[in-house]
Design a protein around this ligand. Structure first.
Ligand SMILES: [Ca+2]
Length: 569
């Protein structure tokens, strides 16, 4: 503040001198408004000093061309600072960086941190009723902020969207999205697309009816709402039978969508249909377990593709990674979805046409995806489930991959993924009535212990069109729940539940570097530069689904912090 005042005084003095010599006020150089602007975010991949949007760039490929840290010198990667986030709820956020300042969020705080030193510039508390976690299915968390034209925009656990001043952390506007007591919560990182802030919601396990909202970033005015279960008068309403089941139909929107600025389309995945037991909701149940292509200015649905019609398996959708790739000799603009349900989907992002859908892990809920109809062909196991029998379901409801985002390197054409290898015993139990704010699922789900020597997951490089692994590094004991980051240095970065931040050789899957942080890692690595030097940043702090400690030793302490690494000079 003192520095700012000094600069301001100096500017005023200069101004005073200038005006002293002329009758007219001096022509001030036209000041650009505060950033980052739409143009800056569209070009996010080209200016490596900043990290401007979820997924690193609008295409969500989590690939950085930075190569200063590479396979040859990775052994010299050392921590340069660590900053506590004073939070035991867990850290899942992707940090954003602009003009040398890092913006980090968790469920309790928003932080602005000097990216070079780790010094806290400001922090702003997030308050919510102590009972709010009772409506959160899978761990209290926050996936990160959006930054846009001088504002830090975030969601809150008790279902609000808040904008803070980037310079001071002061609240500029706040909007209530929904009533948390009815089962709605927000953990999603907002997306700013074509000047509109887009947020989704969590709560498909609580009989909610989810949606996407569009907000004016400057005033907080709600511009549109697009419900993700189709209501009366909306296309797809006929896919709910009886009709009123859409009112508790779930279809949460808790993973940030990607954006194609040329097509002006946002690709946002939706969560499971509600309740999980589908006995009393017949039909496809649009738009649960789907991807929606949305016009950011209006919320209009340009096209949709449904991964799981009449979802009864909790097949939430994740990130939609964009690439322009050759498919059968033709260049196609695609999105790739390494789905929870065990299939890897490649879809034409201009029109929603399914191009490929092959299993990348063990799957027994469907035999295959019918390429003519785009629909899964349900297996004998799923038929048994629908008859009320108990089944061993592959993958488990945790999925063949959970939310920990995949990376895609456009130069190798490979996806890099933390996958899960487990099943659960799964059956429907009798349906009860919906009570606001209470679980609305009606299933029994048990995880048998994984045999000691059997991998519970893998780190792997996967070809998008064949879904076959180029390499697979087994994870015995602990699977990974973190996102992947791929770099031009031939490296992958990810984190382990036990707290190690690790780097892999992207050609072989060999772990070539590891650093033990203070808690478990369930977050999203980023890489960036300042003064020509490359840095890597990750949040540590056990939380989220992992905070249930499913199979995790209680020797892993809680406690959130930020770690930033660079090469030892
Ligand atoms: Ca779900």
């Amino acid at each position: 503040m003192r520095t700012n005042l000094a600069i301001l005084s100096a500017l005023l003095l200069v101004g005073a001198c200038a005006t002293g010599t002329t009758e007219q006020a001096p022509v001030q150089p036209k000041r650009a408004g505060p950033g980052p602007t739409h143009e800056e975010i569209v070009n996010a991949g080209r200016q490596t000093d900043n990290v401007l949007t979820y997924g690193l760039t609008y295409n969500h490929n989590r690939y950085s061309p930075l190569a200063q840290i590479n396979k040859g010198n990775i052994k010299r990667l050392v921590p340069v600072w660590n900053a506590s986030l004073q939070n035991d709820w867990g850290e899942q956020a992707q940090p954003m960086i602009y003009d040398g300042v890092m913006y980090v969020s968790n469920a309790k705080w928003t932080y602005a941190i000097d990216a070079l030193t780790g010094a806290v510039i400001w922090r702003t508390a997030v308050d919510w009723d102590a009972n709010t976690p009772s409506v959160v299915c899978c761990g209290v968390s926050n996936k990160g902020v959006a930054i846009f034209e001088g504002k830090v925009i975030r969601t809150t656990l008790d279902a609000h969207v808040v904008a803070l001043d980037m310079k001071t952390g002061k609240e500029l506007w706040r909007q209530k999205v929904a009533e948390w007591k009815e089962g709605y919560s927000l953990t999603v990182a907002p997306l700013v697309a074509n000047g509109v802030v887009i947020t989704g919601c969590s709560g498909a396990e609580f009989g909610t009816r989810c949606f996407l909202d569009g907000w004016d970033p400057h005033t907080g005015k709600k511009l549109w709402r697009r419900y993700t279960t189709a209501g009366p008068g909306e296309k797809g309403h006929e896919t709910w039978e009886p009709r009123e089941t859409y009112l508790n139909g779930g279809a949460s929107t808790w993973i940030t969508g990607s954006y194609d600025s040329e097509l002006d389309l946002v690709y946002w995945g939706t969560g499971n249909a509600g309740p999980w037991n589908g006995d009393k909701r017949k039909g496809d149940n649009l738009y649960a377990a789907s991807v929606l292509a949305i016009r950011p200015k209006t919320g209009e649905i340009a096209w949709h593709y449904q991964f799981a019609p009449n979802d009864v398996w909790d097949w939430d959708s994740w990130e939609m990674i964009q690439a322009d790739m050759q498919v059968n000799g033709q260049k196609r603009k695609v999105i790739m979805h390494v789905a929870r349900n065990g299939f890897l989907y490649v879809i034409d992002r201009t029109n929603g046409q399914l191009l490929s859908a092959k299993p990348y892990e063990k799957v027994n809920w469907a035999t295959h995806i019918d390429m003519a109809t785009g629909r899964p062909v349900e297996s004998e196991e799923s038929k048994k489930l629908r008859r009320g029998e108990v089944i061993d379901m592959w993958p488990s409801i945790n999925g063949a991959k959970n939310w920990g985002h995949a990376a895609f390197n456009p130069n190798t054409g490979l996806l890099y993924v933390n996958t899960l290898h487990s099943f659960s015993t799964y059956k429907f139990i009798p349906l009860g009535t919906h009570k606001p704010g209470q679980r609305y699922m009606f299933i029994e789900n048990k995880y048998p212990a994984t045999p000691k020597d059997t991998p519970s997951g893998h780190m792997e490089a996967i070809d998008p069109m064949t879904a076959k692994a180029k390499w697979r590094t087994p994870l015995v004991g602990q699977r990974n729940m973190s996102a992947m980051l791929a770099t031009g240095g031939g490296l992958l970065f990810t984190g382990k539940n036990t707290g190690e931040f690790i780097a892999l050789d992207a050609d072989t899957g060999e772990v070539v570097w590891s650093f033990k942080t203070g808690s478990g890692i369930n977050a999203q690595p980023v890489t960036w530069t300042k003064n020509g030097k490359q840095y890597v940043t990750i949040l540590s702090g056990l939380g989220g689904v992992a905070s249930g400690r499913r199979g995790l030793p209680d020797t892993i302490p809680f406690g959130g912090s930020v770690w930033t690494f660079a090469l030892l000079d």
